[in-house]
Ligand binder design. Structure first.
Ligand SMILES: [Zn+2]
Length: 318
C-alpha cells in the first residue's frame, strides 16, 4: 500500500488525501456549507473547528499536535511492531504509516463530526439555558465531545473497511483493524501523556478522561450507528478490535496498568449520558449522504471490466 517512509510531510500528505474523501466528494455534503481543512504552523497541541463564514467551516489542526502524534508513532508504535511482526503482513514502514494515518484521520474526523452532527448550532440553542443553570454548560460540552469521538470512530471504521473492500489494495482485514485500534488508542495515549494532570482534573474538564475516551471510541466505532450499515464482516471486526486493544494495552501498560474499576465506571457513565441524549441531535444534523447514482455505478463496472479484460489478456499471453 505504501512505499515512502513516514515523516512530517508524508503524514500531512496522507492526512489531506483522506480528509478529501470526506470534504471533496459528491456523496457527502454538509447542508449549505463547505468544510475546509487547514494545517496551522503553530506549536499548539490542539485542533479546533469554527464557522468562518455563513457557508464555511474551517477544521484547523496544529503542527504541535501533529508532531506529537508523529513522535508517538515513531517511538511507541515502532517499539510495538516487533510484537506483531510475526502476525501482520504489513512491513514496518507500512504498519507505521497506516497507523499514523489512522491517528491523524481520527483527529480530523473528530472535528468534522462537530460540524456534521450540528454541534455548533446545538450549543447556540442550549446557551440560554446555561444562564439559569451554569452546570449545564460543562455537561453539554462533554456530551458533544463524546458524540464527536463516537462518530469519528464510526467513520474511521467505515473507511478502514472500505480499504479492505478495495480490490486495488489487497490488505487483510485483521491487518487493517490492527492499525485502526492502535491508531485510536495511540492518539488518546499521546493526549494523556501530554496533559500530565488529567488524573486529577478530568471530572471538571471539557473532555472525559483520555483513556475512557479511547475505550468508548474503539468499542462504539465497531458497534455504533455506522457499523450497523456494514455487512457480515462487522462481527469479525468487533472481535479483532477487542483482541488488538487488549494486546496493545498490555504493551502500553506493562509498568502502569489501567485500574479496571475506574475504567468501567467512567466508561458506563459517559456512555449512559450519550445514549440518553443522542436523539437530541437529530434535528441539528447537517450531513446529507447522497446515494451513488446508477450511472456512476455502471461507469465503475465498465471501468473494472475493461481492466479485468486487459489483465486477463496479459496473463494469457504465451
Ligand atoms: Zn472536540
Amino acid at each position: 500500500m505504501t512505499t515512502h517512509a513516514l515523516n512530517y510531510e508524508v503524514m500531512i500528505a496522507d492526512l489531506k488525501q483522506v480528509a478529501d474523501k470526506f470534504i471533496s466528494v459528491n456523496h457527502f455534503k454538509v447542508k449549505n456549507a463547505e468544510v475546509i481543512l487547514q494545517i496551522s504552523d503553530s506549536q499548539e497541541i490542539n485542533a479546533r473547528v469554527y464557522l468562518s463564514a455563513s457557508d464555511q467551516y474551517i477544521v484547523r489542526l496544529y503542527r504541535g499536535v501533529l508532531e506529537s502524534c508523529l513522535s508517538f508513532v515513531e517511538d511507541t508504535v515502532d517499539s510495538y511492531y516487533p510484537l506483531v511482526a510475526a502476525q501482520t503482513h504489513l512491513d514496518r514502514e507500512t504498519f507505521l504509516r497506516a497507523t499514523c494515518s489512522c491517528v491523524t484521520e481520527y483527529m480530523f474526523l473528530h472535528e468534522y463530526c462537530h460540524v456534521i452532527r450540528g454541534h455548533i448550532n446545538y450549543r447556540d440553542f442550549r446557551k440560554p439555558l446555561w444562564v439559569e443553570r451554569p452546570e449545564l454548560e460543562l455537561q453539554d460540552i462533554r456530551f458533544l465531545e463524546c458524540d464527536a469521538d463516537i462518530y469519528a470512530a464510526n467513520f474511521l471504521f467505515a473507511r478502514t473497511y472500505s480499504v479492505f473492500k478495495d480490490p486495488k489494495v489487497a490488505i487483510r482485514l485483521c491487518d487493517l483493524m490492527q492499525c485502526y485500534v492502535v491508531g485510536i488508542r495511540s492518539m488518546f495515549e499521546m493526549l494523556y501523556r501530554v496533559s500530565e494532570v488529567e488524573d486529577l482534573l478530568h471530572e471538571e474538564s471539557e473532555h472525559p478522561h483520555s483513556l475512557v475516551r479511547a475505550y468508548i471510541a474503539v468499542c462504539m466505532g465497531v458497534s455504533g450507528p455506522v457499523s450497523e450499515c456494514l455487512d457480515e464482516d462487522a462481527e469479525e471486526c468487533r472481535a479483532l478490535a477487542m483482541r488488538e486493544l487488549l494486546s496493545y494495552e498490555a504493551f502500553l501498560y506493562k509498568d502502569r496498568p489501567i485500574d479496571p474499576g475506574f475504567l468501567q465506571s467512567n466508561f458506563e457513565r459517559e456512555l449512559n449520558i450519550w445514549t440518553t441524549r443522542e436523539q437530541d441531535l437529530v434535528f441539528f444534523n447537517l450531513l446529507k449522504v447522497q446515494k451513488v447514482s446508477i450511472f456512476t455505478k455502471a461507469r465503475e463496472w465498465l471501468r473494472r471490466s475493461k481492466r479485468f479484460t486487459r489483465d486477463s489478456k496479459i496473463q494469457t499471453q504465451p
